[in-house]
Structures are given as C-alpha cells and as structure tokens.
Design a protein around this ligand. Structure first.
Ligand code: NAD
Ligand code: UDP
Length: 381
C-alpha cells in the first residue's frame, strides 16, 4: 500500500544523499529508511562500521543503499552525489565535547568550513537540505546568570527556536568553538534561504542517546578517547570503576531515545511542505535530570542488566579542568520548547528515561562486556 504523508498525499520515492550517514544517528536513520520506506540512501562517510549490518548484498533492500567512503573535506565526487539525489541530509561533524577545547581547529572546520560546499551545492542545484545543528547553539541559559529565585520561571530556561538568544562564554573558553561553528552554519543556511531560495530544514537534537552511540575507549575507540556522557558512564560501569561526575554532575540535560528522534526526522523527510523553512528543536522535555541523577539511574539499570550489586558501583567528583583540560565550559540546562515541532509535524517523544536506559545498557553489556573482561584479565606489565 502506498505510504501517505500528514496531509494525505502519497510519498514519492526519494534518493537521499546522507553525509555523515555512517555515524550514530545516520545508522539508525538508515535502518528506518530500509525497513519502513522505499527511499534510497546514498551514504557518504569516512567509515561504514556502524552500518555494515545494512550493506550485505543479500538483504532485500540491497538495491536501495550504497556506501561511498569519502572525506568531504577533499573529495570532488560530493557535488555529483548532491546533484544526482533529491535530498541531502548533512550529519557530518566533529562531535564530542572533549574535542571542542582540545581540537578547536578541527571543531571549527568540521562544523562550519566543511559544511559550506554542501550548502553551496544544494543552493546551486535547487536541492532540499536537512542540516543537523545542535541544542548547544543556545549556549547557557539566561537563568544561569540570575539569582536562584528568578531561575524557576520557564522564560529564563526554556529554549525556543525563534526567540531564545545564543549565549556563549569568552573566546578563551574554547568549549564554545563547536556551538559557534554550528551557529555560523545555521546562519549561512538561513541567509542562502533568504537571498537565494534554498529549501532547508535545520534539526537541533537534544542529547539523543541509544545503542551505537560513540565508542567504548580501548574496545572500539582509542583507550585515551573521551566520548559523550552515555559512553563514558557505560565504560565505567563495564569496568566496575566509579562514574566521574564533572564538577559534581550539577548540569542538567534532557535525554531523547534515538528511535523516537528518528521518527521525527522521517516526518521531516516525508513532509517537505511542513518542514521546509523551519528550525526544529527535537528533544524530550519530560526526561530532564542532572548528570548526577543520570549516573544514579544508570547504576541502577546496569545492576539489573549485569547482575552486579548496585552497591559495588559508585560515583566520584572530578574537576572540569582535570577531566577535559583547559578551556572547558558547560551548558547549565537544556529544555526544548516543543511548540513548533508539535504544530508542524504532530511529533511527540514516547520513551521515558528509565526505559531507554534499560534498552541501551542491555545493548552495551551484550556488545562490550566480553571484550572488557578479556582486557581486564590480561596480566599487566
Ligand atoms: P557521529 O559522530 O556518530 O556521526 C557523525 C559522522 O560524520 C561520523 O560517522 C563521521 O565519520 C562523519 N564525518 C565527520 N567528518 C566527516 C568528513 N569530513 N567526511 C565524511 N564523513 C565525516 O555523531 P551523531 O551523534 O550521529 O551526530 C550527527 C549530527 O547530529 C552531528 O552534526 C552532530 O553535531 C549533531 N548532533 C547530535 C546530537 C546527539 O544527541 N547525538 C546532539 C546535537 C547535535
Ligand atoms: N559529563 C560527566 N562525566 C563524564 C562525561 C560527561 O559528568 O564522564 C558531563 C559533562 O560535563 C556535561 C554532561 O555530562 O555536563 C553531558 O556531556 P556530554 O559529553 O554528553 O555532552 P553535552 O551534553 O555537554 O553536549
């Protein structure tokens, strides 16, 4: 039966150029596109590791997915791929906070300079662009500068796409190089839309988490690498080490299950009339916790999954400078206002934090615990 969109119109088959489609979000989007739609995915990435399970030529969708190993910094084939597809989704980024202050040049090039040709090819060839920005473009909340009693008013912490100002720390705090580069890319896309008619949608993810996010240091990533918080805490749980709370884990985040998030992206793909020209917050305001509370929930969930007593799992406070090095700074709180996405796409997140942590930690345990056991049982020199 033909699929129809939110306005009851049948959905045409699209060829989608998915840049950075071999990463965490891209892998889940490819799974959805292959299993539930007839769209074709033309995936561009430096690595296919997270989508290899979808690329086997014996799979029923083999004719609808292709992988192009390519670094977009230096590959002239990209323009042809944008020209010969209907829609470009740009997910490519340098995207781990530990890199923002220690690799600021890579961060600025990876999140701004390298996006410029992609935007240019879409504008020149009249192709639609769905670009991945970040909730981090809002920076710190207004509330974080106010006395405690004012902070409770939602207007000082709720982040709205078309109202909230972007507040970054000084240039010396290189943490903000990522947010600033992402914001410049958003502004360039918006300017191309205003002056040259680019058809765009900008997505602002709020801590999307789930299986295949980042890497476990020493197993499928460098042993001195620092991934995002879900993988950092998973790594400590798998090794039976204390979970490190940066500056006591005071910062607050809202976490969204990757499968819910991908439903929102699929609605954007299939409803261009409702999504073009919009910036969408995509998060789950009901899943807000402090990082300390996240650690406690993950300890509880992992004890259930692994059988280890929760009392054997603990946390430890560390300073931001010890953990991330000089130039780190933090967003205090990120709650998405959901008015625009609810009105345009009738999308709502479904999965509560406890449930998504259960599923994710089952995956982490199943995928990594053997490798870590083997590593820990090796005699140390
Ligand atoms: P990810 O790191 O897993 O995926 C990014 C992919 O881009 C990687 O596979 C990487 O190899 C690829 N890439 C980077 N530079 C490239 C280049 N020069 N050429 C080719 N490929 C390149 O990250 P993700 O979590 O899937 O995030 C995807 C996008 O969403 C990013 O733009 C990120 O900034 C944004 N985002 C994600 C979240 C989240 O919660 N996961 C939050 C905010 C923003
Ligand atoms: N964090 C932490 N311990 C860790 C890793 C991260 O306390 O092992 C904190 C980090 O300082 C931030 C929050 O967790 O306040 C979320 O960090 P993440 O790397 O996931 O990215 P962010 O949400 O800041 O983009």
């Amino acid at each position: 039966m033909a699929r129809v969109n939110l306005d009851g119109n049948s959905i045409p088959m699209l060829a989608i150029c998915m840049i950075g489609g071999g990463g965490f979000i891209g892998s889940h989007l490819c799974e959805k596109l292959m299993a539930e739609t007839n769209h074709k995915a033309v995936v561009v990435d430096v690595s296919s590791e997270k989508i290899n399970h979808l690329l086997d030529r014996s799979l029923p969708w083999a004719h609808r997915i292709e992988f192009h190993q390519m670094n977009i910094k230096s590959d002239s084939r990209l323009e042809t791929l944008v020209q010969t597809t209907d829609l470009t989704i740009n997910l490519a980024a340098i995207y781990t906070p530990a890199d923002y202050n220690t690799r600021p040049l890579d961060t600025i090039f990876g999140n701004f300079i390298d996006a410029i040709p992609v935007i240019k090819y879409c504008t020149e060839n009249n192709k639609r662009l769905i670009h991945f920005s970040t909730c981090e473009v809002y920076g710190k909340t207004i509330g974080s500068f106010l006395p405690e009693e004012y902070r409770q008013d939602p207007k000082y912490f709720m982040l709205k796409e078309d109202v909230t100002p972007c507040i970054f720390g000084p240039v010396e705090k290189q943490r903000w190089s990522y947010a600033c580069a992402k914001q410049m890319t958003d502004r360039l896309i918006y300017a191309e839309h205003a002056e040259n008619g680019l058809k765009f949608t900008i997505v602002r993810p709020y801590n999307w988490i789930g299986p295949r996010m980042d890497f476990i240091p020493g197993v499928d990533g460098p042993s001195d690498g620092v991934p995002r918080v879900l993988a950092c805490f998973s790594n400590s749980l798998l090794r039976g080490e204390p979970l490190k709370l940066v500056d006591g884990g005071r910062s607050q985040r809202t976490f969204l299950y990757i499968k819910d998030a991908i439903d929102a992206v699929a609605l954007m793909i299939d409803n261009p009339e409702r999504a073009n020209g919009y910036i969408f917050n995509v998060g789950n305001p009901d899943n807000e916790v402090s990082v300390k509370e996240l650690a406690e929930l993950m300890i509880k969930a992992y004890a259930k999954v692994s059988g280890a007593p929760a009392s054997s799992l603990s946390t430890v406070d560390v300073s931001a400078e010890d953990f991330y090095g000089k130039g780190y700074d933090d967003s205090d709180r990120r709650i998405p206002d959901m008015t625009i996405i609810t009105k345009q796409l009738a999308w709502k997140p479904k999965t509560l934090l406890e449930e998504l942590l259960d599923v994710t930690l089952q995956y982490q345990h199943k995928t990594y615990s053997r490798a870590i056991e083997r590593e820990l049982s090796k005699p140390s020199n």
